[in-house]
Each structure stands twice: as C-alpha cells, then as structure tokens.
Design a protein around this ligand. Sequence first.
Ligand code: TYM
Length: 331
Amino acid sequence: MNDKKTIFSGIQPTGCITLGNYLGALKNWVNLQNDYNCIFSVVDLHSITVRQDSAQLRKRCMDFLTQYLACGIDGEENIVFFQSHVPAHSELAWVLNCFTYMGELSRMTQFKDKSSKHADNINAGLFTYPVLMAADILLYQTDLVPVGIDQKQHLELARDIAIRFNGVFGDVFKVPEGYIPKEAARIMSLQDPTSKMSKSDPNVNGFISILDDPDTIRRKFKRAVTDSEGEIAFREGKHGVNNLLNIYSAVTNQSVEKSVNEFSGLGYGELKERVAQAVIEELRPMQERYADLCKNKDYINKLYTEGAQRAAYLASKTLRKVHRKLGYVDR
Ligand code: TYM
C-alpha cells in the first residue's frame, strides 16, 4: 500500500439504504475516498442479530454493494467486499470478546434499544455486536471511521478495546478516530422527527430510500411532520423543520445558516418542495448508475471477489500479530 491513511466503514444489509445512511456515511465515503486507502464493507455478519429471510438477505447484500458503487465509490481503487467473505472478522471478534466487559456492553444504547424492540430474540449476538464492529475497524489498522452519530458510542468502545489490548501487549492496534458530519450526523424520521431515520422503520413514510423515485420522494417530503408555527428557523424544539434544513444543507453542501437565509419568508410547503427537489437531483445520477450496474453482475462479482482477497490479506497481518501476542503457536 501507499502512505495514505486508512478508512474503514460499513452498512448493515437490513431494510434499504436510506437518506440518513447516505448523508451520514456514504456521501462522506465518496468525498474522502481519494485521500485515503478505503475499505468499505457490506457488514452482513452484523445483520443476523435480527432474523432475516435468507433469499432476501442474499439479494439485499448484492443491492447494497451495487449502491455503494452507484454512489460513486471506486471499487478498484478501494476495497469493497462482504464481511462474511473474510473470516478474520469473526476470528478477531472472539479475541476481543475476551477483552471487553459485560458492563461496557450493557451500557450500549443500541443494545438497549434493539432488545426492547425484539424482546422475543435478545440473542448473545445482539449483545456482543459492538465487539464485532471493533474487530472490523481494528483489523485494518484503521485511522478514520466515517459514520453517523448513532455509531459514536460503538466507536468509542472500539477505541477503548484497542487501548486496553495495547496496554497489555504493546502497540498492536491503531486507535481509530471517528469522522462524523456536522449537518447530517443524525437525520431524523420524516414522520417522527424526534427519532432517527431508520431503515427498519415499519412506516415507509418515515424514511427516504436512496432508490425511491422522484414522485415518492416528493410525496414523502410533502407529508413530513413539521410544526404549527409556520416559521422557517433552526432552533431547539423545531425538530421537523430542523431536520429538513439539515437535509437540505447536507445535500447542497452549505451551512444551515445559509439555508435558513435562503428560505427566509417562505412557507413550509415551499420548503418541503425545495428539499425534495434537491434530494431528487442529488440521487438522480446515482440511480442511473445503479440501473446500469445491475446489468453488469460479472463486474460487480469481480470487484467483491478481489475486494475480499485484498481485505483478507490485510486482515491476516493484524490477526497474525494478535495471535503471536496472545501466545498461540504459529500456523
Ligand atoms: P447502520 O447500518 O445502522 O448505518 C450505516 C451508517 O449510516 C449511519 N446512519 C445515519 N446517519 C445519519 N442519520 C441517520 N438517521 C442514520 N442512520 C444510520 C450510521 O451511523 C452508519 O455510519 N454498526 C454499524 C455498521 C458497522 C460499522 C462497522 C460502521 C459495522 N461495522 C465498522 C463503521 C465501522 C451500523 O449498524 O450502521
């Protein structure tokens, strides 16, 4: 490799890739990809903490990887792959499990959240999931992890685990930094702007899929929940309007202050229409590339096969170091 720093990030193949995932993560991956060695994974191992239909999962994994590429990720310059194709993720996760405390995992808000939503299936994977995420990151000696703010706690745990391991065995892992965008750190649901836009929201009007067609996008924004004040301003308590302003600002790459000025004196109807239009224009080229890529399965197959080989090579170097430090006999 060259002397560029390393990025690792991933999205779980559940539901669909939403505008939240795009603005919080994917768009930044695309912006950062030329300045870093990037490794982007469809983190399929993570997705089974909740029951999945196998046929749908297989298709969704392919769709997600294709959408990474359609968004502009260069899969030849960077590494794109399916997490399950590189066994080192599971292997390191086991080791790190032995360096993570139950207390730490019990404090994870996502665990509390998901276990209340899936009370009939609070499996051990749901509990230890942040350790697998730490393994994903630490395997590649990652410098930077571009994610939305909901992953901050998991990232901090990954840092703590790395520091703890290094404290025992010397410098084995690089301690990663997060990269969290300002405006798009937490895109909220269009139907309940006090909770985050989620790909598993049963109410499809709450989220925008990046593959939604223009009419659907317009309709969803039109129905977006705002407030009864009728004033376009960004301030505490105006959750719905704040969210629309954040989305607009992230899409147009401008500050919220500038967006507020742009809309001054206009009504919510106009705001929603303009945000919808900006999102439609942002997604249009991606959707066109997606349609083309779907016809080119061989190319995609080649990218993820080679991606997994390259990832496995890098991962094996870290794993070998870890095994030596632990005292395992060389293979
Ligand atoms: P996941 O699949 O829930 O989300 C993928 C990425 O999208 C971001 N995101 C959001 N950003 C802004 N607003 C939102 N409403 C929103 N919803 C989601 C997430 O922060 C994330 O960056 N555990 C991770 C996947 C993962 C991972 C990793 C990420 C596994 N291993 C290693 C980074 C590095 C997750 O469930 O993300």
